[in-house]
Design a protein around this ligand. Structure first.
Ligand code: G6P
Length: 372
């Protein structure tokens, strides 16, 4: 087993460190010499893909947060209304799905029963289903119209890490492909995003190479009773995923919030010493989201929060008043989750390890849940 872990203490640590490869492999071979996206495996008639008027992303757990990131990207690039729903909620509420709906089912294992049942239901209503899956020949891809495999390699640790980054990558490719197919006016943007995507493996490696500070933070916070996570735009699902990792691995109360929602309730939770991890949008982004989240940091600091801010390289805006700042390389707004997620995974891994827990096999959880 030690050899399988590639010299790391756990499969999870190994899988976190495999992420440059997981993303690189998922991108590999999916563009032609001219830089156009070629998704041959997407065996759904192009005329059907062109006529899609709604996308519904279905998944559970970590895969559902990958779906939430996908929503921001797909709507922006394709201008197709996109919903994300937990598979087990979807099927039981009489959802509106028909021949013009494209369902994207995201599942690492391809065996999650809730997602499989949702896929069956959607196809019965006439929807086409594309699976984004990490396991060759598993049930969900077999029962879907097409599959876009993530090539993260086998994921052994129960809590998902490299599959998550690979799922987000595959979802970006799908979104860009649909935009290309539908002839959206984003040709330049598509090319720019593709070249940013190709830089991601090296940038993820940089985050891994500079992880000492976040590792120390994880160990130092091993006695925290609760940790809150704030994010906005694509940073919101990243915050949710950071909180999920901590629940799964360290068994402490953790919750992710949309930063804009803080004033509508969660700020009441802030008291002296409360650790809050904040995913700060890029200052180069649109809509002044950066300054709004900086204000949130000031609001919670004024109430005693201890803040850990994930910020873009070169962003020193909170250095003067945030206890801890972790920098990740710059990229375009929509791609940032491939970088900002990584310190949160490492934080949870270190914190749980410091508590002496088995990070590969957390209590009560299964790698794949094959019952409804
Ligand atoms: C289980 C695992 C999670 C995973 C979820 C969805 O709950 O413990 O890590 O995110 O299932 O699994 P899937 O294989 O469908 O992505």
């Amino acid at each position: 087993a030690a050899a399988e872990k590639g010299g790391y203490d756990s499969f999870m640590e190994k899988e976190i460190n495999d992420q440059p490869d997981a993303v690189g492999q998922t991108l590999l071979g999916r563009t032609d010499a001219k830089g156009n996206l070629v998704l041959d495996e997407l065996r759904i008639d192009e005329s059907i893909l062109r006529s899609v008027d709604k996308i519904v992303v279905l998944a559970c757990g970590t895969s559902a947060y990958a779906g939430s990131v996908a929503k921001y990207a797909i709507e922006h690039w394709c201008r197709i209304p996109t919903e994300v729903e937990l598979s087990h909620e979807f099927r039981y509420r009489d959802p509106i799905v028909n021949e013009k709906t494209l369902v994207v089912a995201i599942s690492q294992s391809g065996e999650t029963m809730d997602t499989l049942m949702a896929v069956r239901y959607a196809r019965e209503q006439g929807a086409k289903v594309v699976a984004i899956c990490n396991t060759n020949g598993s049930t969900i891809p077999r029962e879907s119209d097409a599959v876009l495999y993530t090539h993260a390699g086998p994921e052994i640790a129960v809590a998902s890490t490299k599959a998550f980054l690979a799922q987000i990558t595959a979802a970006y490719l799908l979104g860009l492909y649909l935009a290309q197919l539908r002839g959206n006016k984003f040709r330049d943007e598509i090319n720019a995003v593709l070249s940013d995507l190709n830089e991601m493996p090296a940038k993820i490696q940089q985050v891994l190479d500079n992880a000492d500070a976040v590792k120390k933070l994880g160990r130092d916070m091993a006695d925290a009773k609760s940790v809150l996570f704030l994010g906005r735009h694509v940073g919101f699902p990243v915050a949710m995923e950071g909180a999920l990792k901590l629940k799964e691995l360290a068994y402490i109360h953790a919750e992710g919030f949309a930063a804009g929602e803080l004033k509508h309730g969660p700020i009441a939770l802030i008291e002296e010493g409360q650790p809050v991890v904040v995913v700060l949008p890029s200052p180069r982004g649109r809509d002044s989201l950066h300054s709004k989240v900086v204000s949130n940091i000031q609001e919670i600091r004024a109430r005693g929060a201890v803040t850990i801010v994930i910020a873009e390289e070169g962003d020193e805006s909170v250095a003067a008043f945030s206890e801890h700042v972790i920098h990740v390389p710059q990229t375009s707004t929509l791609l940032a989750p491939l970088l900002t997620t990584v310190p949160l995974q490492i934080f949870a891994l270190e914190l749980a390890s410091a508590k002496g827990y088995d990070v590969d096999q957390p209590r009560n959880l299964a790698k794949s849940v094959t019952v409804e």
